[in-house]
Ligand binder design. Structure first.
Ligand code: AMP
Ligand code: MN
Ligand code: MN
Ligand code: MN
Length: 278
């Protein structure tokens, strides 16, 4: 039972790192990575809890990348969290979230939605990491939208009415930083990007050429067809297969069950067979 992608209160999840580990363990997980957005601050607490209950724990982080003007997420796994180049990159990627929140809140205000800046900040355990998930939660709590999907479809999604483009890390810098910290870089939830088949092939080719290790063949609540499709693409581009729930909170239908990913197609080369540090 494996899960190599999930979030805690260190970024935009609702459970603390220790709570994430305990719930994954209760759900039968035997190999877990915590992958908060652009932040490794939860890893020590998660590892301590995992050691206590006897769960194998892998260092993780989900890095925000801008690739040809699009946001792509890359999961770093099994790296040295003390690595300076990696931490410098993460610190730089974290910058500007408050400014971006201000700009999004100003756009929402023009649509007649007041208080989004303070509202979203109040929902972020870590103000430095305030983001669109917190804004979505604010919109839901104040009855502006029914659910997270609607918040992104109407206001927050890339290109939607209140979206504010943001410059994240370069793909090359991200892969180099993860590799330099002795880790493995994996493209997160490739089935979720709104890219043409050609653009996706270009992304995989470029990622592989830069030293990327794999792609997630399973993510969240994706179906068997997605797993078969991305297993074939991984095979074609010589990439390993990752898998993760992308768990953020309980009772979220877009995330999978924390700690328990379905079995991958047989042609996959699992990324976890290449972990060296833990
Ligand atoms: P941010 O890093 O602030 O841009 O927020 C990105 C986060 O918003 C992602 O990690 C997801 O948790 C969430 N998210 C992005 N797009 C969607 C979507 N279409 N539906 C639901 N959640 C989304
Ligand atoms: Mn998130
Ligand atoms: Mn993501
Ligand atoms: Mn994620």
């Amino acid at each position: 039972m494996i899960d190599l992608h999930c979030h805690s209160t260190v970024s935009d999840g609702t459970l603390s790192p220790a709570e994430v580990v305990r719930l994954a363990h209760e759900n039968g997980c035997t190999l877990l990575a915590l992958t908060d957005h652009d932040h490794t601050g939860g890893l020590a607490e998660a590892r301590a809890e995992a050691d206590t209950i006897g769960l194998r724990f892998i260092n993780g982080v989900e890095i925000s990348v801008t690739w040809h003007g699009r946001t792509i997420h890359v999961v770093g796994l099994d790296f040295d969290p003390e690595n300076e180049t990696l931490q410098t990159l993460l610190a730089k990627v974290r910058q500007g979230r408050l400014k971006r929140l201000e700009a999004i809140a100003a756009k929402l205000e023009k649509k007649g939605i007041a208080g989004a800046f303070e509202g979203a900040l109040a929902l972020a355990a870590n103000p430095e990491m305030v983001g669109r998930t917190h804004l979505a939660e604010f919109l839901i709590q104040n009855n502006h939208v029914r659910n997270k999907q609607q918040a992104f479809a109407k206001y927050l999604g890339d290109g939607k009415s209140c979206a504010v483009p943001h410059q994240w890390a370069e793909l090359a810098d991200c892969v180099n930083a993860v590799n330099g910290a002795d880790g493995l870089a994996v493209i997160a939830h490739p089935m979720r990007y709104d890219l043409s088949a050609t653009a996706k092939r270009r992304l995989f080719e470029e990622f592989k050429a830069l030293g990327g290790a794999g792609i997630e063949v399973h993510s969240g609540n994706c179906d068997k067809n997605d797993r078969l499709n991305y297993a074939l693409l991984a095979e074609r581009y010589g990439l390993l297969a990752g898998a993760g729930s992308d768990f953020h909170r309980l009772n979220d239908f877009s995330g999978g069950t924390l700690g328990a990913c379905p079995e991958l197609p047989p042609n996959c080369k699992p990324v976890w067979e290449h972990f060296r540090r833990h």
